[in-house]
Design a protein. Sequence first.
Lengths: 151, 151
Amino acid sequence: MRGPWWQKRLYDFGYRLTSPRQIIINILRNTDKHLSAEDIYIDAIKTNPSIGLTTVYRTLDLFSQIGVVQKFDFGEGRARYELTNNPLKKDHHHHLVCVNCKSIIDYTDFVNEELELMNKTEKALSEKYQFNIFHHTINFYGMCSKCRIKE
Amino acid sequence: MRGPWWQKRLYDFGYRLTSPRQIIINILRNTDKHLSAEDIYIDAIKTNPSIGLTTVYRTLDLFSQIGVVQKFDFGEGRARYELTNNPLKKDHHHHLVCVNCKSIIDYTDFVNEELELMNKTEKALSEKYQFNIFHHTINFYGMCSKCRIKE
DNA sequence: TTAATTGCAAACGGTTTGCATGGGC
DNA sequence: GCCCATGCAAACCGTTTGCAATTAA
């Protein structure tokens, strides 16, 4: 395994349970939601009240750089984070975002077809534009049923 | 035509050419780039130096609410804006974003196939989740050729 | 002992708001 | 005259940075 010393221990929950990095990984492992840095911070201080918000940001940045965590921006003015391989989440999913209440639904409908097309597109784009593509996002924006009733 | 009084005049360039709204529309019409509020502001004060950045934000917000402008968030910590029907831009396109230098390429490869699938997906999602879907975004993230050489 | 990790407070940068002025109808 | 549009300055808020203290290897 490559990377810094602690990377290979990321999923070893027996290791120094109160280390901020372990706490944050645990929080992300135990949710199927898209948490913001603040969400994670609020949850983290329940386990270790001395954790700082700065550490949460730095940890998330580190994790997203090494690909353990994926950072999303749904246009709310704050980032949201997901564990890349979350056992509680559908493997490959995309997002359906309510522009009103900001709720997010993960969907997997047509992902197989989608994936096929995306792979094809990715390959073509890589060659045509000489891009080294890491990942893609597909978001649908609209208004959820609850918000539609209220309006 | 529905909407506020000035909406029907959006494309009437003879009308009060120094009004901030007209200036901003002109700027967006004459570029094929994804401009940030600041980009637009810097361009706008060349035409009318008394325009304020606040007005740029308020105008863009208004335009994106009525669907004249689409707001994008590529995860840079700032929003970028495109005219929905920009004559200089490809009709329906998606984005290829360099995570390093933040350059954005509009691509149209496979858009027809993509569009077909997206329409199908959109319809299915609308029904399944009772969402009223307005639009979608597809972004590929990777590293462009220039940045790859530098690293 | 040496480098990495962390918390605090302050800075930062994009965006929004309060408020008073100005311009169109 | 009334309402909407606008500019300015200040507030806001998520995020980043400088720095000193702590911890791990």
